[in-house]
Design a protein around this ligand. Structure first.
Ligand SMILES: [Zn+2]
Length: 84
């Protein structure tokens, strides 16, 4: 089971393993393609220590650069699907 947040409806959904459509192995992370029970679409969720570190560094740079708005956009971009 996975707990995902649908980027379309913004709801948390408990998802069965059978809804995982693909798992792609990347050097920095795994990309899980999950069929969403809330909106019917397929969302990509990325997980992995190196992926988290990269995202954290990017968020830190954006925050120190100047705008808190930029940091919020980066965090949001990390949650929305990015092509695998
Ligand atoms: Zn969805």
């Amino acid at each position: 089971m996975l707990l995902i947040t649908c980027p379309v409806t913004r709801t948390d959904e408990l998802v069965a393993d059978q809804r995982i459509r693909a798992i792609t192995n990347h050097p920095t992370h795994l990309a899980l393609h999950v069929a969403c029970p809330a909106c019917g679409g397929v969302h990509v969720y990325r997980t992995g220590r190196r992926w988290e570190q990269t995202r954290a560094r990017a968020t830190d740079r954006a925050a120190t650069a100047s705008a808190l708005a930029a940091a919020a956009t980066t965090a949001r971009a990390a949650q929305v699907d990015v092509p695998a």
